[in-house]
Design a binder for this molecule. Sequence first.
Ligand code: COA
Length: 244
Amino acid sequence: MESIDIKIDDGIGFIYFNRENKLNTVTVEMVNEIMDSMDDLKSKVNVIIIGGKKNFSAGADINQFKNLNPVNAYKFHLKLNELLKYFRDYDLPVISVLNGYVLGGGLELSLSTDIRICSTTAVLGQPEINIGINAGAGGNVILSKVIGRNRALYMILTGEKIDAKKAYEFGLVDIISDNPENEALRIAKIIKEKPVNTVKLAKRVVNKSFDTNLDLSVDYEATVFGLLFSDNETKSRIDKFFKK
Ligand code: COA
């Protein structure tokens, strides 16, 4: 892998972006490498932590936009969209560690992770408007669902960078920490000890509830609840509870 490093430690998979000299800006190769490595990690770990050492990502690598025609520009964002959907449909939880710059495509990528842990010194934003482009990988659509229409429009239309405190107040990040790597690891270790099928199905039920109406999603929730009674791990945990 050229743009990322992978580590596996005791049931937790780590994906580190490895283009710090370019502020971990996102390329098509990087997107493909992330998905390939996550395919591979699926059978080896229970939780994934993703991020950069100094920066999460300053967005799409603008060098790729040189001489880009409209069709290829569209295709570029289809590729990023593929990654966003991949994160969402990925069985296992993905925790992002947001430090340094978290801009444009970097912020969009983090929006599709499951838990966002942000450094107190991180800088977040959707600066695309400054070069006359619009976000193309959820920076309008998912952002406005996560933080609300008005706050999203403030970020999109001004291109202003915001600090971690404001991002937390907006609901753009879930936890702020002086040591986001440690906090992500602490949370990953807790999740890793939970029954893996229950974890996978919980993520699935939450995600499906965004795609379907309330009737169907609570019905699906009840179905999954029933299904888990066929899982030996669930049975043994309930038995253990009664024995205690
Ligand atoms: N695409 C390609 N290269 C980028 C980049 C991007 N989105 N953002 C930063 N870089 C490169 C810079 O060109 C520079 O490369 P160099 O060392 O070869 O000259 C390197 O990363 C460091 O960036 P620099 O601007 O020197 O750092 P800084 O700390 O002064 O500023 C930013 C950092 C992120 C505020 C500034 O680089 C910036 O505004 N980048 C664009 C962010 C953006 O618009 N993202 C959305 C893209 S659609």
